[in-house]
Write a protein that binds this ligand. Structure first.
Ligand code: HEM
Length: 514
């Protein structure tokens, strides 16, 4: 039913306690009964220039657009201003933002890129729409209440083969229908995966990005790349279908960056291994059925697929991001693991685990990139709509200088991530391990550092709102609190920088001289 129309004079008559109307972006709201419930207090609503008036500018200096979309507030609208039309609208699912730098160049009308095809564009549109409709509401809720992703959403993710796509291109995609058939398994490449990874980071819910089956992304490659046919047939289909969950159990209280310091021990006993030890910071661990576990044996390291049992217990590790990521402390108390669950050769465990790190690190840069872009967009919008000292915030040179460095950082990160992604697209897994370990390590160091600098700048721009969990600055608060995760997970920033340089030094030509 069309809304009733009112003139500005009609509206102006309703300006007092018990009879209060205001206008926001051409929509007329009756706040008579709501005023006493208003989280910002009733008094501010009766102020001159607000009560009975168009309060659009003041409103957007204090609230996000989403406030008006919540059903309990949307129903306060009683009509529209005659002759005016609504101009401020949320993006519809799949739609691109027109805010400068809110989208990468390849998605900006009138610009070009050598990397993306029409299929990538179609895939991007469908993925963004899917994520906005199916995943975003759950992401926001779980980030707040700390609960794990629901089986209902996991089932919907499985329908499009989401986890299989998060694993990247490869044989595991064979025979699967990806994204409703938009991309054929043999067409799916690292740019499709880059799109997926940047899009999942656009809700400002960092822990949920990891809760979104990230355990599978890092724990399945050893099964896919080193597991036998039988092992793959037994474990992979249920995990890809979202019926079982898996996580990677490598880091320990005893050994973080120093992976080889791991102390979890596996001892052979006939057809079984007996596993004893602990693992820490295990993403998705609290709800995993399987653990891809690095263990020490008397003949070197081995990777075992350990199933949850009475001898395997998990408890949450309380970190500074939401427990929706399922971060766990895992205890193996003489857990008996069939020898048939050995992944690859005994003694080769370390190289199996290390070969997996390149993809994981690249993935972290991709999600960081998506989040950084969102932060830039939030800052551009905020500095445009927030009036301070009588002018928009961006009238201050110091604010524009911050925006300049934030934009430059995200564009630099984008260019480097795309370059590495292009290399990955043209190299075998083996070549990637050989040639890209160093560059990816340096890339990750650079991108996560850039992210934390951007988080700092954004917090300065948002002020108190940047340190407030809800409301205007909630995305900035989340990013500022959680961007250190990108600097730590999958290899600490400084260790990775060093790894990259050591690899370069190893490749120096013997005869190189100035
Ligand atoms: C349809 C009209 C309105 C609704 C539904 C509404 C709702 C809300 C809500 C839900 C909050 C909590 C903060 C958040 O979640 O963002 C809030 C805070 C606030 N509102 Fe409103 N509001 C309305 C109109 C206004 C207007 C016209 C003013 C103008 C003075 C105003 C002033 C404030 C202030 C000062 C705060 C506290 C902001 C802060 O803590 O940063 N509100 N409002």
């Amino acid at each position: 039913m069309p809304y009733k129309e009112f003139t500005l004079d009609d509206i102006a008559r309703h300006h007092k306690e018990g009879d209060l109307w205001i206008v926001i972006d051409s929509k007329v709201y009756d706040l008579s009964r709501f005023a006493d419930l208003h989280p910002g207090g009733a008094g501010v609503l009766y102020a001159e220039g607000i009560a009975g008036k168009d309060a659009t500018q003041v409103f957007f200096g204090l609230h996000r657009l989403e406030v008006l979309q919540r059903p309990q507030y949307a129903r306060l609208q009683i009509g529209a201003v005659r002759g005016q039309t609504e101009t401020i609208k949320p993006l519809s699912p799949g739609e691109l933002s027109l805010v400068p730098y809110a989208e990468p160049t390849w998605l900006t009308p009138g610009y070009f890129s050598p990397y993306y095809s029409d299929n990538h564009r179609k895939f991007h549109k469908a993925m963004r729409a899917f994520l906005m409709e199916v995943v975003q509401p759950e992401a926001v809720q779980c980030e707040e209440n700390g609960k794990r992703i629901s089986q209902e959403v996991v089932d919907k993710l499985s329908e499009i083969n989401f986890l299989a796509m998060r694993l990247g291109p490869g044989k595991h995609l064979k025979g699967l229908t990806l994204m409703g058939g938009i991309v054929k398994p043999e067409e799916y490449d690292y740019f499709h995966e880059l799109i997926l990874n940047t899009e999942i980071a656009r809700f400002g819910t960092r822990a949920f990005v990891d809760g979104l089956l990230n355990g599978g992304v890092i724990a399945l490659p050893p099964v896919l790349n080193f597991g036998t046919l039988e092992q793959r047939a037994k474990f992979v289909p249920d995990i890809l279908a979202g019926k079982k969950y898996i996580s990677l159990a490598v880091s320990e209280a005893f050994a973080g960056s120093d992976v080889s310091g791991a102390q979890t021990v596996a001892v052979r006993d006939g057809d079984e291994w007996i596993v004893t030890g602990t693992k820490k910071w295990i993403t998705n661990g609290t709800f995993s059925d399987y653990f891809t576990t690095l263990c020490k044996t008397d003949t070197g390291f081995v990777v075992l697929l350990v199933e949850r049992s009475d001898a395997v217990s998990t408890k949450p590790v309380k970190t500074s991001y939401s427990s929706t990521a399922g971060t766990a402390f895992v205890t193996f108390d003489k857990a008996r693991v069939p020898v048939a669950n050995t992944l690859g050769q005994v003694g080769k465990g370390m190289s199996i685990v290390l070969s997996n790190f390149n993809h994981e690190r690249w993935m972290v840069t991709a999600t960081s990139l998506g989040a950084q872009r969102l932060v830039v967009e939030e800052c551009l919008k905020w500095t445009n709509q927030r009036i301070a000292f009588g002018k928009p915030l961006h009238a201050q040179a110091v604010i524009r200088a911050k925006l300049a460095t934030m934009i430059s950082r995200v564009e630099t990160c984008q260019a480097w991530v795309e370059n590495i992604t292009h290399q990955m697209n043209n190299m075998s897994y083996q070549e990637q391990s050989d040639k890209l370990a160093g560059p990816i390590a340096l890339l990750k160091q650079f991108v996560s550092k850039a992210g934390r600098e951007t988080a700092e700048d954004a917090t300065q721009i948002f002020g108190g709102r940047g340190i407030t969990v809800t409301g205007m600055g909630k995305v900035i608060e989340n990013y500022h609190r959680t961007s250190p995760f990108d600097a730590i997970l999958a290899g600490a920033e400084d260790v990775l920088g060093d790894l990259g340089v050591r690899q370069a030094i190893r490749r120096m030509p013997k005869n190189a001289r100035l």
